[in-house]
Each structure stands twice: as C-alpha cells, then as structure tokens.
Design a binder for this molecule. Structure first.
Ligand code: DAH
Length: 345
C-alpha cells in the first residue's frame, strides 16, 4: 500500500512539473486531490485496513496529500506569475523610442548681424529708434537735399504709393536716412541714434540687388563734432565686427545730404589687402556710406549749423553678413530656403 502511495506521489509530482499553463492546474487537482481523486480515494480506503497498518499508511497518505497541496499552490503561483509576465510583455510600450524632434527655429542671418551692428553702436552710446517704412517724399528726398527732378533721385529707384489726392507724395522708403530728419525734428542736440529697418527699391533683381533689404542709419549731432570723430567712431565699429586688426579707408563719395561724403572700406580680411576673389582683387571691402551732415539739412530742422555739426552713416546688414559669412548672392536671404537659413545656428 505504501509503495502504491509513493508511486502515485511521484507520478503526480512528475505530471505537475510538466504543466505549462494555468488552465491545466484544475484538471490535475481533480485527478489527484478532488473528491474522487486518487489520493482522496486512498484516504477513504484507510478505514478498511487493519489498525496497525492503518496508522503507518495513514501517515504516509496524509503527508502525501499535504505535500501535493503545497506543490500545487507553488506551481499555481509560478504559472500565474509567468502568465502575468507574458501579458506584460505583450502590452509592453517601448518608451526608449526616440521622440519626434521638435522643430527649433533660429535667428535669421540678417537679424543676427543686425543685432551685432546695433550692439556695437549701443556700446558707444547710441540709442535705437525706428521710423515708418511707408514714407513721405519729403522725408525720403526733399529734406535730404534731393529736390524733385534733381538727377540725384536716380540713385534710388522708388516704389510710389498713391494716397488719395496726393499722388507721388508717398513711397516705400528707399533708405533709412529719412529718420535723420524725423529724429532731429523731434529732439534737440546732442543726438546719438541708430535706426534699423526695411527699405524698398524698384530694382532689377540680381546677386547684389534685392527689392527689399535692411539698412541701419546712424546720426550723431552736437557741438564740436568733427570728421575725426566720425572716423574714430566708424573705425571702432568696423573693428568690433571684423576684428581688431582691420585697417580702414575713407574715400570721397557723393551723397546729397552730407558734405563731405565718404565711402568707408576695411582691408580685406581674407587676403589681408593682397587681393582675392572676395575683394575683387582690390584688397578693400566697402562697408558703408557716411559724411558730415549737410548744413542745409540742419537748417531745415531748426538746428543752427554755426553751433551744431555732426555725422551720419548708412550701412546694409545683408552686405555686412555677406562679407562676414562669404555669402555670394543677396537673394538667398529672402528666398526661404531652409538649407541656407539653417546654417546660421
Ligand atoms: N542712404 C544712403 C543710401 O541708401 C546711405 C548713406 C550714405 C547714409 C551716406 C548716410 C550717409 O547717412 O551719410 O545709399
């Protein structure tokens, strides 16, 4: 009898070990530990045994029952645990996947250079002011010594707008110079301003001409301001932007609102003046126009030219950016090609 029980126990344990799924547990339990199960029926038969045998067999049978119950509980836990792990694996979300990149914008090359230019003048005590892009003929031309029908108007190809009853009197400003006049009309000297903004010209568009571009105008008016102050201020600016070792050159040039007028160049920082492609073999790069503000312009705004003098200058941020970054076509700035724009991080 004891041998039978031992055999039964080994068989039950072997079958239990072989179970692979939670659903197989219950049939096994019924087979061995259920009401009509193999172990249960042995226990039932104990009563029929002689008393001395009954104790020994009873003990083995009860131990077997307890053992199988314990093993059953353990196996059930294992299978449930495995099933849970499988379910988890099925529902698993891979949080390590790289996220979708956020499109990060960056500052436009014109804005970037504009800020550098303005910073340089702000450090030297200039204030930043702005003026209108749609301008009166008076400020864009007349007040700057460029009368109607004067050949100097040919220097600026102009888009005119026609407000009611005043055709030809309003236009898209061709430069930021009108703000020299606007600022002086509103304030008394000393004046130190820089005026950034968009300008418009009716141009045949090519690698160095756009119909919309930026300028920065500068104006300094006071007592005892000389040509030397202008040279010193503009040289300091050029060295802040293009490096402390830059040489500068001022040559005579004509702008109706300054006398004398100059164009300012820096020595080419690529060839150091020897001549190369960037400077067109001249060794020099022109970076702005400037000059001493014309006495007529001062008179017009009520500044006494015998008391006050000053200088003005105008430069193009796109041109400065082209020189700084070796860009050979101004059209790249506003054609919205990301391959170009994304280079300026
Ligand atoms: N407004 C001029 C232009 O667009 C540039 C300029 C030249 C501005 C000389 C100035 C100046 O203030 O003094 O061509």
């Amino acid at each position: 009898m004891i041998d039978r029980i031992t055999e039964l126990r080994e068989q039950a344990l072997a079958e239990l070990r072989a179970l692979g799924r939670v659903e197989e547990i219950e049939p096994w339990r019924i087979k061995y530990l259920g009401k009509k199960g193999a172990v249960t029926s042995i226990l039932r038969q104990l009563g029929a045994l002689p008393p001395d045998e009954r104790r020994a067999v009873g003990q083995v049978a009860n131990e077997t029952k307890t053992l199988l119950e314990a093993q059953l509980a353990q196996k059930e836990n294992e299978l449930k645990e495995a099933a849970r792990a499988q379910a988890m694996e099925r529902e698993r979300i891979d949080v390590t996947l790289p996220g979708r990149p956020l499109a990060l914008g960056q500052v436009h090359p014109t804005t970037r250079v504009l800020r550098e230019i303005l910073d340089a003048f702000v450090i030297m005590g200039f204030q930043i002011v702005e003026g209108p892009e749609v301008e009166w003929d008076y400020y864009n031309f007349e007040a700057l010594n460029i009368p109607k029908d004067h050949p100097a108007r040919d220097m600026w190809d102009t888009f005119y707008v026609s407000p009611d009853g005043r055709p030809g009197e309003m236009l898209l400003r061709t430069h930021t110079s009108p703000n020299q006049v606007r600022v002086m009309e509103k304030t008394r000297p000393p004046v130190r301003v820089v005026v950034p903004g968009k300008c418009y010209r009716y141009e045949a568009i090519d690698p160095s001409h756009e119909s919309m571009f930026y300028q920065v105008e500068g104006l300094a008016i006071g007592t005892n301001i000389t040509f030397a102050d202008m040279k010193g201020t503009l040289s300091a600016f050029a060295r802040m932007l293009f490096g402390g070792e830059r040489k500068v050159r001022f040559r005579c040039d004509y702008f109706p609102f300054v006398e004398p007028g100059v164009d300012m160049s820096i020595d080419c920082y690529v060839c150091k003046g020897a001549g190369c492609r960037l400077c067109g073999n001249t060794g020099w790069l022109e970076i702005m126009g400037a000059g001493m503000v014309h006495p007529k312009e001062l008179e017009r705004v009520g500044y006494d030219p015998a008391v006050y003098t000053g200088f003005a200058f105008g430069l193009g941020p796109e041109r400065i950016a082209m020189l700084k970054y070796g860009i050979d076509d101004i059209r790249l700035f506003y054609s919205n090609d990301l391959r170009f724009l994304q280079q300026f991080r």
